[in-house]
Each structure stands twice: as structure tokens, then as C-alpha cells.
Design a binder for this molecule. Structure first.
Ligand code: MG
Length: 177
């Protein structure tokens, strides 16, 4: 029986290694730093955690099943494009985003100057106002891989609400669904 409750909640987590010779991209914003995140795509751990939270809210699997890192289509991909594909799936299921809350764990660099831009980029893709997208940043107090500046990790929570109408997927999105 389908629940009459209009809400679904999902969580997402991601971690990527920090290495030389890669750009540091978080929430679609490129941040000047001597290290960047290693990955098949642009390794945007914030976009990935939010993508996994959206998929988790609707029990649609995870980012690895939808966008496998063996698929050359996603090599060096802009992860906001992956997030956009996922948002289309959410809307096709008849849901919209109520709010997002994310925490980035990074010892360096200082991310405060870039958080507003990250919120704007994410909100645009999620088709909500930036006031409903929270992005926070903190250090790991020098502990573990994040504290050694060997990695950056992200936790995200998203709340979805059933919307008035289902938006159909494009033929291209159907193939990926
Ligand atoms: Mg990832």
C-alpha cells in the first residue's frame, strides 16, 4: 500500500582522496588549492553526497549504480550534471526538494568564502531557493585521513515532498533510469 505521508528523507555520504594535479571542486565551485579530489568524475564529493541523499530518499539505489565509474561517459564529468539527471528522476517520481543540509569535513583549505556560491549552484540544479540549501564546513580536528589533509568527506540529508504533478522524463533520461 502506498503511504499517504507526503515526505521522504534520505542521507548521503562521500569521501575522496586529496592529491596533487587535480582541481578541487565542491558543489560545482572550483576552489583554489594546491591539492584536488581524486575520482573518475570531477570528484565533487558534495554533489555526490547530495545525489546519494536524493536517491536514498526514494530508495532508487545509489550513485554507483546510476553512474558507474567504469562508464566512459562520466570520465571527468561535471557532477552537477549527474545531480541534474538524478533530480529529473526525483521529479518523474512526483517529488520535489523541501530542503538540503550538508556538512563538508575538510582540514584545509578554509571553505567559508565559497559556501554561498556552492549553495547557489546546488539550488539551481535542485530547482529550489538557495535559502533551502544549507552547506556547512568544519575541520576534523586533525583526526583521521581528513585531519591529515589526505581526504575531504561530506555528509548530506535531503527532505523530499510529493509535488502536485509528475514531470515526464525525457527519452534520454529514460535510458539512464
Ligand atoms: Mg564520490
Amino acid at each position: 500500500m502506498m503511504s499517504t505521508c507526503p515526505f521522504r528523507v534520505g542521507t548521503g555520504y562521500d569521501i575522496h582522496r586529496l592529491v596533487p594535479g587535480r582541481p578541487l571542486v565542491l558543489g560545482g565551485v572550483t576552489i583554489p588549492y594546491e591539492l584536488g579530489l581524486l575520482g573518475h568524475s570531477d570528484a565533487d564529493a558534495l554533489a555526490h553526497a547530495v545525489t546519494d541523499a536524493l536517491l536514498g530518499a526514494l530508495a532508487l539505489g545509489d550513485i554507483g549504480t546510476h553512474f558507474p565509474d567504469t562508464d566512459p561517459r562520466w570520465a571527468n564529468a561535471n557532477s552537477l550534471v549527474l545531480l541534474g539527471h538524478t533530480m529529473a528522476l526525483v521529479m518523474a517520481q512526483g517529488f520535489e526538494v523541501v530542503n538540503v543540509d550538508a556538512s563538508i569535513l575538510a582540514e584545509r583549505p578554509k571553505l567559508a568564502p565559497y559556501l554561498a556560491a556552492m549553495r547557489e549552484r546546488l539550488a539551481e540544479v535542485l530547482q529550489v531557493a538557495p535559502t533551502t540549501v544549507s552547506v556547512k564546513a568544519k575541520t576534523n580536528e586533525g583526526l583521521d585521513a581528513v585531519g591529515r589533509r589526505a581526504a575531504i568527506s561530506v555528509h548530506a540529508v535531503v527532505l523530499l515532498c510529493r509535488s502536485a504533478q509528475r514531470l515526464p522524463l525525457s527519452p534520454d533520461q529514460h535510458r539512464e533510469a
